[in-house]
Ligand binder design. Structure first.
Ligand code: HEC
Length: 140
């Protein structure tokens, strides 16, 4: 028997497949294209307690080489050996996009992390995190 006016089975199946594919495509696009990472305004108020002297830069470099360089690269260009395995670029610290942020904002990001970057709140002391901020300022 012929059913008139009913779409054939495959067409609604096809439609559902298209909708699911679109949904998956859009959600993976959204995950991949992370929204720009912005520290909250309150982070700017936090002042760097450390001076940018040779000892602090050297201490910051030591922490950086150990904990950050694998992703961020020697000069902070985002080209460390692990960078290729990340879903998103690790950024380039020499750019105005990074250098234009306050010390407090950079400190906040290091403390909080955002996937794939880990949080360093438990891994580093606050002092060490500030040292890395001072070191990042030398990567202009
Ligand atoms: C596993 C790889 C990885 C490690 C290890 C890592 N980061 Fe990151 N970092 C990233 C990625 C990826 C981003 C970009 C995140 C985003 O935009 O969502 C990022 C972003 C940042 C930013 C923000 C830059 C900007 O312009 O806003 C700072 C600051 C930063 N990292 C500092 C550090 C410091 C300091 C360390 C070590 C204590 C470190 N990171 C360790 C992957 C890493």
């Amino acid at each position: 028997m012929k059913t008139i006016g009913q779409p054939p089975f495959y067409s609604s199946f096809f439609l559902a497949t298209v909708i699911i594919a679109l949904f998956l495509g859009i959600s993976s696009f959204v995950t991949y294209q992370q929204t720009p990472w912005k520290a909250p305004a309150s982070a700017d108020a936090k002042k760097n307690p450390l001076a940018s002297d040779a000892a602090t830069i050297a201490a910051g470099k030591e922490v950086y080489v150990k904990e950050c360089q694998s992703c961020h690269g020697k000069k902070g260009k985002g080209d460390g050996p692990s960078a290729a395995t990340l879903d998103i670029p690790a950024g380039n610290f020499s750019t105005a996009a990074t250098q234009g942020q306050s010390d407090g904002a950079l400190f906040w990001k290091i403390e909080e992390g955002r996937k794939p970057m880990p949080s360093f709140k438990k891994k580093l002391t606050e002092n060490q995190a500030w040292q890395t901020v001072v070191f990042i300022r030398t990567l202009k």
